[in-house]
Design a protein around this ligand. Structure first.
Ligand code: FAD
Length: 503
């Protein structure tokens, strides 16, 4: 029987969740977090009177009917959050004046897409039928009565058996490839703006299935209240968090993890060490790459990551009452293509925070713009502080000019601006190459959906990992499930019954 103290590295969703479930199951845990806030990537920051939200657009599992809702009850999010379901995921406005609306309701979406481009009936139907296929899919809550769990298990088994070939087809095609079927170029462009073009289409189907089921709601107040809810739950269960404490090394003895060494030089010991921090830094820096094999290294050598971002926050002294309230934003085609940093684009998506009064004083609004940008470009630039600052200023000005075309008069109402780069993301969260969500699921690695990545490293005992670098596809629910999966398996090893409670 193993002893019961655990050191957790990182207070993101995965680290906090590991801590919460470990505390529920009698382990004594301590989290060391390098930042001075909980939540990791799920964060927000103040600029003047405005709050720039850096993360949550939708939270899968928001519907009480869904199996995933149980996790949000357990980690304390449901107790604190109020969700709203938005009718539109995204809008795409072409420069010839046509507007394509990605409705959350699949029937409405299908009707609209067919009206928009009757000539594309075949791929449109194929897409919406794919969404409908995913609508019926849900995991049974673990707390459900055995009979319900069995029935849902059988239903899911049948789903995979009957739809196996279709699922495989959707897994193995990226958005980039799927859109080639569309005759209408606007439809083609619009679909590419929904998700990352290299992402497997299966996840786009699921996004719309979750939206249709009202199971991907927006939590009022945005990211920080979610992170605070997890932190509160963890502390209430007796967990200890130490902020401003960066872990530099995982200490090992005879191929067993025994504790951590912090950047301040102090050493802390425990029976088990869990890293819920970035995978690359954990494996290759904190552990000096000593516990790896081909399988561990493969993703870091071959897989694609979610891109790093230039993230622009703008506080504007006006409201946007006549603009749609969307999950992801309004994307509009530009008069002519532009180059922003290393990114060439024909359109720009702006997220208008008009669905939630939390972020700006009355009569004012926050807008955010997310631009994919290469980490190395910014890393190199950041060595010259002046050039780095200049590039951020250029980007801010370019984006404001572009927004002015779509929202005339906006520029003179701008009160605050903020530009975060891939280097900023890395500085505050440690994520490798500033990636915002870890591994992309592409046709090359789609097998991970059926066979999860290992949470341990070859040859190292008493050490585990959780979070987006061992759960391809990333996201907040995945973070929580990852911490839960880990503690459940620890309980199994320790021959304990895994127990959970609702907050
Ligand atoms: C702009 C944006 C929008 C997003 N939108 C959504 C959305 O709408 N819905 C959704 O579900 N997901 C969304 N995500 C993704 C989601 O935020 C992440 O996938 C998730 O938060 C990852 O959680 P994690 O705990 O695995 O990792 P992280 O959040 O990266 O947490 C890791 C933690 O470890 C700490 N750490 C790192 N190194 C060390 C060290 N050496 N010592 C101590 N501490 C360390 C970090 O500071 C951090 O707190 C979005 C992300 C971004 C950036």
């Amino acid at each position: 029987m193993r002893e019961d103290s655990i050191i957790i590295i990182g207070a993101g969703f995965a680290g906090l969740s590991a801590g919460i479930y470990a505390q529920m199951n009698g382990y004594k845990t301590k989290i060391f977090e390098s930042h001075n806030l909980p939540g990791g990537l799920c964060t927000a920051w103040k600029r003047g009177d405005f709050t720039i939200d850096g993360c949550v657009h939708w939270l899968v599992g928001s519907s009480p009917k869904s199996g995933m809702h149980e996790f949000w009850r357990e980690v304390g999010v449901v107790k604190e959050a109020k969700f709203i379901d938005l009718d539109e995921f995204m809008r795409y406005e072409s420069k010839d004046g046509r507007t394509l609306i990605f409705y959350s309701d699949v029937d409405r979406l299908e009707k609209h897409l067919l009206e928009f481009s009757p000539a594309d009936k075949k791929p449109i139907k194929e897409f919406t039928e794919g969404v409908r296929m995913c609508i019926g899919f849900d995991r049974p809550p673990e707390s459900a009565p055995l009979i319900k769990k069995l029935l849902t298990g059988i239903k899911m088994g049948m789903f995979f058996m009957l739809k196996g070939r279709k699922i495989k087809k959707w897994m193995n095609i990226t958005a980039d490839d799927f859109v080639k079927q569309f005759k209408d170029s606007v439809l083609r462009e619009a679909f590419l703006q929904i998700w990352i073009p290299e992402f497997s289409m299966f996840f786009m189907l699921f996004t719309f299935a979750f939206l249709h089921n009202k199971n991907a709601g927006y939590p009022m107040g945005g990211s920080m209240p979610l992170s605070r809810a997890l932190e509160k739950r963890y502390r209430e269960l007796g967990g200890e968090i130490h902020y401003g404490k960066k872990v530099e090394k995982v200490l090992t003895q005879n191929d067993k993890a025994v504790g951590v060494k912090l950047a301040d030089g102090s050493e802390h010991f425990s029976d088990i060490v869990v890293s819920a921090a970035d995978g690359y830094n954990t494996i290759f820096k904190m552990l000096d790459g000593k516990y790896t094999d081909e399988k561990t290294k493969l993703p870091y050598e071959k897989w694609k990551t979610f891109p790093s971002l230039v993230y622009i926050g703008i506080g504007v002294g006006k409201t946007f009452d006549n603009e749609p309230k969307t999950v992801s934003g309004v994307c509009f085609e530009l008069d002519k293509p532009v180059e922003i940093a290393d990114w060439k684009t024909k359109s720009l998506t702006v997220h208008i925070f008009n669905q939630d009064p939390f972020f700006a004083p009355q009569g004012k609004t926050v807008l955010t713009v997310m631009i994919p940008s290469d980490y190395k470009y910014w890393f190199d630039l950041s060595k010259d502080k002046e050039k780095y600052r200049e590039e951020k200023e250029n980007i801010k000005n370019t984006v404001l000019e572009i927004l002015e075309q779509r929202f005339p008069g906006l520029k003179e109402k701008v009160e605050v601006t903020d530009v975060a780069t891939p280097v900023t993301f890395e500085r505050y969260t440690g994520n490798w190459k500033g990636s915002f969500e870890g591994w992309l699921i592409t046709p090359e690695n789609s097998h991970v959906v059926m066979k999860p990545m290992s949470q341990s490293l070859p040859g190292l005992k008493n050490f585990y990992m959780c979070g987006q670098w061992v759960e391809p596809g990333g996201g907040l629910p995945t973070g929580v499930m990852s911490g839960r999966r880990l503690i459940k398996s620890l309980c199994k090893t320790d021959k304990k019954k895994f127990r959970t409670t609702d907050a």
